[in-house]
Design a binder for this molecule. Structure first.
Ligand code: GLR
Ligand code: MG
Length: 418
């Protein structure tokens, strides 16, 4: 199964004005779709970030993989490492430090997923079987709530409406839970002063007393603020995600709050494990195959979490169905997935590059596809439309901060803010 062609297509899709510690989502979110084609005519799909510098590396490395067998993942990784060379930065600053290894892992990931898709198709088995076999039939996801504006400035409100206070957040939770059946809730924080976010969590707890809750301010708080919030939310939060920056700061907070700390910011590459484990900085890791080097490497990270007694959930950025399929196969084949995963799927509101019907939510969980490979097929018309949107949208890298500063020039993403 020799790789003969690789098609790399950047796409853009509409994204609502979701607020976070870095600013606000721009009107278009970007992704890159990777199609790997073999000599036997089998095609595999991968999906990754769309930021220009990263896209450039994906395009450059794609050429170096032509002629390799789809099983030769170690050779593929070595070739990609040689080309990526140094650190590729992202502008959004919400997924922790950029390192060289993380940059290589990010570029490698969509190719690895596409090769697993091909291998699953060739063997007639779903990707979850290639990862050790599924241990659950459906993978649970959480309602991912955001403070948000009613619509992008100058545009009509979107159907989700505004959510700038506790009442708006509770209403948003009801909408997402009614439509998707989610059984856990995550609130993206770091937007309002912490007392307002504590009030929102309390309002959610009152409205949904049996639903586990998480709060993630993306390191917008000092150690002292994080400890205060953590103590105030004793008994209310399932976990507190990245309250403060860095392994040392997280370790200080972890020692003084009652709930586990989770991260997708301070442990984002293998070299972060030893110091984080030695200082007991985290209790939960949010896995993300997009920057942990694909599905097999993510399974190894899951095994490491098991060895260290860490809980596991999954992190997400704005994404489409290829990523949701990959996350679902990984979640299905990860025995120690202890918490419902994050997903931005509701915010994409039906826009996708895959043909409809392969993935759906039942009681907040996505049934694991049982057809060969990832179980999703490209919708070529949709891909063409989204590629045209990419060409026209005028955005080439995600930059929540600059977009926010257009409307609020005094906005600063400095950390800690509170
Ligand atoms: O859990 C997280 O830190 C994230 O999901 C980062 C994302 O970029 C999120 O903050 C967003 O979409 O604004
Ligand atoms: Mg997070």
């Amino acid at each position: 199964m020799i790789i003969r062609q690789i098609h790399v297509t950047p796409v853009a899709f509409r994204d609502p004005p979701l607020l976070n510690a870095a600013g606000v989502h721009e009107p278009w979110a970007l992704r890159t779709i990777v199609e790997v084609v073999t000599d036997e005519g089998l095609t595999g799909l991968g999906e990754t970030y769309g930021d220009l510098e990263h896209l450039g590396k994906v395009r450059e490395t794609a050429q170096a993989l032509i002629g390799l067998d789809v099983h030769a993942l170690n050779t593929m990784y070595a070739r990609i490492a040689a080309i990526v060379g140094g650190t590729v930065h992202d502008l959004h600053g919400l997924t922790g430090a950029a390192t060289t290894e993380k940059s290589i892992d990010r570029v490698f990931s969509p190719f690895e997923v596409a090769c697993l898709d091909i291998r699953g198709k060739a063997a007639g088995v779903p990707v979850s079987d290639l990862l050790g076999g599924k241990v659950r039939d459906a993978v649970p996801y959480s309602a991912y709530l955001f403070y948000k504006w009613a619509g992008h400035p100058g545009e009509d409100p979107d159907r989700f409406g505004s959510a700038l206070d506790e009442a708006g957040i509770v209403e948003q939770a009801r909408l997402l839970i009614n439509e998707y059946g989610f059984q856990s809730i995550k609130l993206k924080g770091g937007v309002h002063p912490p007392d307002q976010e504590i009030a929102a969590i309390r309002a959610l707890h009152e409205a949904f007393p049996d639903t586990p809750l998480r709060l993630d301010p993306n390191a917008a708080w000092s150690v002292a603020t994080s400890i205060r919030v953590g103590r105030e939310l004793d008994g209310v939060l399932q976990y507190l995600e990245d309250p403060t920056s860095g392994i040392d700061g997280m370790a200080e907070v972890a020692a003084s709050v009652p709930m586990p700390l989770a991260t997708n910011m301070c442990v984002v590459t293998p070299e972060h494990f030893p110091p984080a484990m030695a200082s007991r900085a985290i209790g939960v890791l949010l896995l993300d195959h997009h920057y942990w080097g694909g599905l097999v490497r993510s399974s190894h990270i899951a095994a490491m979490c098991d060895a260290f007694g860490l809980g596991m959930s999954m992190h997400s950025n704005s994404h489409l169905g290829i990523s949701l399929a990959a996350m679902t196969h990984l979640g299905a084949a990860t025995p120690n997935l202890t918490f419902a995963c994050d997903t931005h799927t509701p915010w994409q509101d039906g826009q996708d590059v895959i043909q409809p019907g392969a993935l759906r939510f039942v009681n907040g969980a996505v049934p694991v596809p049982t057809t060969p490979g990832l179980g999703v097929e490209l919708d070529r018309d949709a891909l063409a439309v989204m590629n045209e949107q990419y060409e026209k949208c005028g955005i080439s890298s995600r930059d929540d901060t600059s977009y926010m500063q257009r409307f609020d020039p005094s906005f600063s993403p400095k950390k800690p803010r509170w």
